[in-house]
Structure formats: structure tokens, C-alpha cells
Design a protein around this ligand. Structure first.
Ligand SMILES: O=P(O)(O)O[C@@H]1C[C@H](O)[C@@H](CO)O1
Ligand SMILES: O=c1cc[nH]c(=O)[nH]1
Length: 318
């Protein structure tokens, strides 16, 4: 079954679930929030930007960085984890920005997105832009480049997200907002210290065999077959590989959220599999999408560009 729904950015957050209206209470279990226990409109009603990424420490560091970038009072060091009651995900807010971790892979981001999208709906948020800021493996581009995704594709290079629902395969479109991608590319001129480009992002279910790596605990193919596959991906327009973008694009699109994926590349997969860059270099790499998104949010809020900024990082790295 193919399910397509036109993208509708800019308005309310749409919930595509007729059962939700008849529920007296909605418990967002993995976020440790709920409609009876929390005043969601008061807590989140004015959120305009949601940024998501795999690591809890990175998303805390991003919230602290944004706090400074927005010129808000205080150092931002004391921002509290809104989901502290659970250790599944971490969530921080500063001004109109919400920063949330999603763990690794499609099942993990998908659970978080179900609950986050319901949260934004219950909170009556409008005109929300959501951006995944992540890490990835590059294809034929310099390590440290930032890729803004135009289309998320699966491991067969198709722009689709397949999910088994009640035993049937449901296919969802993974188109992202082209205007938003172009707007982000324009903002990259404010952070010229690293290359930023637009390209397809391939999303896989695994970091090792699923991404054509030869260095996992299992490997069922030769190094020639691996290179042939990665080159085919490159020819299909893929510039980076990660593990969440198809589910993210499909869910946000269906729920009327304007969405983008912005990932730094940690290596060029045409040159190897192991991530060999020193931790210090990787820390600086993972700040790059943060710096671009800060420039974008500042521009959207009508704030002047800051002189050369540096993103913050967690001590743990990517
Ligand atoms: O957002 P992050 O950097 O966590 O995402 C990528 C994709 C996988 O979840 C993970 C693999 O190392 O990094
Ligand atoms: O190669 C990489 C690097 C980061 N994340 C991925 O999914 N793949």
C-alpha cells in the first residue's frame, strides 16, 4: 500500500489518528509527560523550532549554545532536562527552541517522534520548523562537510519509508521541504569555514553491513562489491549515509511539519570504514550543523548575524 499526503507546512501540527480525540488522557510515556499531569500549552505552546539529534549530551550542548546565540539571560549552563523522569530521551528548551535526543536508528527516532508530534499538537503549537542535526558517513565529499538533505532515500536509493503495519507494508514519501533546504544553504554563507552542500541522504537500518562496511562482526560481501554499491549510491545522488532520515522525513511530512536534515560527515566512505579522526576533530565536526542552525534561527528571528561563532559540544563527542 502506498500512502501519500501532501506536505502542508506553516500551520498547526496535524495528527493522523482518529482514536486520539476519544482518549481522556494521553500519556507520553517515553518523554515522561502527559496531558493530565502537565500543562502542555503553557510549557510548549510558543515553540517554533525543534532540533533533534542522536545523543543526549549533544542536544543539551546545542540548547546551551542556542541560549547564548539568542542572547537570553544567564549562562544557560543550568538548563534542566524536561524528560529527567526517564532516561530514554533528553529534552531542553531555550526561548522558542526545543532540543531533543532521539537515540540511534529508525525504531528509536520513530517512538520519540510519535510522542513529540503529539506533544506539539496537544500544546497547540503552530508554524513549527523541525530539524535533525546529526552525524553521517560522506560519499565522495571531504570529511567535515555538512550535507543538507533534499531527499532521504532508503538502501535501494528510493525516496520511501516502508513500515509494516498490521502485517502489511505501508510506503510513505520521504520528500523534505525544498525551500527550507535552500534557505539553510543560503545561511551557510554565514559559516564559510566548512563546506555545506545539498544532496540525497541514504538511511539504513544498520551502521555496519547495512552501510556496506567491511569492519562489523558480520560481513557477507567482498570489498569490490562494497565499493560498487557505494559508487552506485553516489551516482544516484547520495552524498551521505545515516540511520534516521527516512522515518523522520515521512513522519514530519504527514503531520504538517516543515522539516530538514542537516548532518556533518565524519569520513568519506569511498576511502574507508573506520572513523579515524581524533576526538577533538570529531567534536569540532559535530558543532558544524549546530552553527549553521544557529545562523538560520537567528536569521528567522530577525537577529543580526554574530561574528564568527563556535558551537558548543559535549565532552563525549559524537
Ligand atoms: O544524530 P546522530 O549523530 O546520532 O546519527 C548518526 C546515525 C546513527 O544514529 C549514529 C551512528 O553512529 O549516528
Ligand atoms: O558512517 C557513519 C557515520 C555516522 N553515522 C552513520 O550512520 N554512518
Amino acid at each position: 500500500m502506498t500512502e501519500t499526503t501532501g506536505y502542508s507546512g506553516g500551520g498547526p501540527v496535524l495528527i493522523k489518528n482518529p482514536h486520539l480525540d476519544s482518549m481522556e488522557e494521553d500519556i507520553l510515556y517515553h518523554l515522561d509527560l502527559g496531558t493530565r499531569t502537565h500543562n502542555l500549552p503553557a510549557m510548549f505552546g510558543d515553540i517554533k523550532f525543534v532540533c533533534v539529534g542522536g545523543s543526549p549530551n549533544r542536544m543539551k550542548a546545542f540548547a546551551q549554545f542556542m541560549h547564548k546565540e539568542l542572547g537570553l539571560e544567564g549562562s544557560g549552563e543550568d538548563l534542566a532536562d524536561i524528560c529527567a523522569g526517564t532516561d530514554r530521551y533528553a529534552m531542553y528548551r531555550t526561548g522558542p527552541v526545543l532540543s531533543i535526543s532521539h537515540g540511534m536508528g529508525i525504531p528509536s527516532i520513530s517512538i520519540m517522534l510519535h510522542e513529540l508530534i503529539k506533544l506539539l499538537h496537544h500544546a497547540k503549537c503552530r508554524d513549527v520548523t523541525i530539524i535533525r542535526i546529526g552525524t553521517s558517513g560522506g560519499l565522495g565529499i571531504e570529511a567535515g562537510s555538512v550535507v543538507i538533505t533534499d531527499t532521504a532515500v532508503d538502501a535501494s536509493f528510493q525516496p520511501r519509508f516502508e513500515q509494516v503495519v498490521l502485517g502489511d507494508v505501508v510506503v510513505r514519501s520521504t520528500d523534505l521541504d525544498r525551500d527550507l533546504a535552500e534557505e539553510l544553504l543560503a545561511c551557510s554563507k554565514e559559516v564559510p569555514e566548512f563546506p555545506t552542500l545539498i544532496g540525497h541522504t541514504m538511511c539504513t537500518y544498520d551502521f555496519y553491513e547495512g552501510q556496506g562496511r567491511l569492519d562489523g562482526a558480520l560481513c557477507s560481501f567482498s570489498s569490490e562489491k562494497k565499493l560498487e554499491y557505494l559508487k552506485r549510491a553516489h551516482e544516484a545522488g547520495v552524498r551521505n549515509i545515516e540511520m534516521e532520515s527516512t522515518a523522520f522525513a515521512a513522519m514530519c511530512r504527514l503531520c504538517g511539519l516543515r522539516a530538514a536534515v542537516v548532518c556533518v560527515t565524519l569520513l568519506d566512505r569511498l576511502e574507508g570504514d573506520q572513523i579515524r579522526a581524533p576526538r577533538e576533530v570529531l567534536r569540532e565536526y559535530q558543532q558544524r550543523p549546530q552553527r549553521l542552525i544557529a545562523a538560520f534561527i537567528r536569521r528567522r528571528l530577525g537577529l543580526r548575524p554574530l561574528p564568527a561563532t563556535e558551537g558548543t559540544t559535549d565532552r563525549h563527542g559524537p
